[in-house]
Write a protein that binds this ligand. Structure first.
Ligand code: ADP
Ligand code: MG
Length: 238
């Protein structure tokens, strides 16, 4: 389960209406990409869904239930941070196990979940290493592992690849897409990179100044951009 519905969700910071009002339907199992220029509100929208920011108005339904006022941990969603959010003094095993330790899960269960996640992410041979002994791609996989062990209803990624070099980015893009095919869990992926959006998404949400300009599959947006902003951003010939 992992459907997320936004109803007239808004966010104001002081005087600034960063998100005037957004309606959006995300279906269970979808790979949804929020794309748009820097400062358009992508991170804010993701943080509202995660519960890291409170909405100023509107409602967020998670699997049909009102999650608007739930604490982040109670929403059943997992935010995947950039790899530099790992604990440098802890082994890969401990980094991945950390959220389960915090939830007081019995050690035997933790060990099994960490082993399962490590297998999916090809990290089995690296569990005793420290983050600094890993490549950038492996570190990013550990950050994903920390989300996987919680078996969330959805994964939320905020530009997870932006501090990796170009070649590695292409690689990780494929790995995240493969992971989605394997797990079939809803993923919301924020990026300002059109290529990432076009290659990874089932559904693209184009944002501009806190508004949804258009929602559709990569092909729909490419063939039928609603306006010049979308056409320009997606790079289609309108
Ligand atoms: P994006 O992720 O698309 O680059 P953000 O969601 O980070 O955009 O920011 C959208 C707008 O909201 C920006 O103008 C930013 O300055 C503003 N903003 C974001 N967070 C805060 C905050 N905590 N307080 C005040 N303004 C904020
Ligand atoms: Mg951002």
């Amino acid at each position: 389960m992992g459907s997320i519905v936004l109803k007239k969700v808004s966010k104001v910071f002081g005087e600034a209406k960063v998100i005037p009002s957004i309606d959006l339907d995300i279906n269970d199992g979808e790979f949804v990409v929020f794309v748009g220029p820097s400062g358009c509100g992508k991170s804010t929208l993701l943080r509202l869904i995660a519960g890291l920011e409170d909405v100023s108005g509107g409602q967020i339904l998670i699997d049909g239930k009102d999650g608007t006022n739930l604490a982040p941990a109670a929403r059943g969603l997992a935010m995947v941070f950039q790899s530099y959010a790992l604990y440098p003094h802890m082994s890969v095993r401990k980094n991945i196990a950390f959220p389960l330790k915090m939830a007081n899960m019995p050690q035997a269960e933790i060990d099994k979940k960490v082993a399962d996640a490590a297998r999916v992410l090809n990290l089995t041979d690296y569990l005793e290493r420290k983050p600094r002994q890993l490549s950038g791609g492996q570190r990013q996989r550990v950050a994903i592992g920390r989300a996987i062990v919680r078996q969330p209803a959805a994964f939320l990624f905020d530009e997870p690849l932006s501090n990796l070099d170009a070649a590695l980015r292409v690689n990780m893009r494929l790995e995240i897409s493969e992971l989605h095919q394997q797990l079939k869990t809803t993923m919301i992926y924020v990026t300002h990179d059109q290529v990432e959006a076009m290659t990874m998404a089932d559904k693209i949400v184009v944002l501009n100044r806190g508004n949804v300009e258009q929602v559709g599959s990569p092909l729909e947006l490419y063939r039928n951009p609603r306006n010049l902003f979308v056409a320009g951003f997606i790079g289609s010939p309108k």
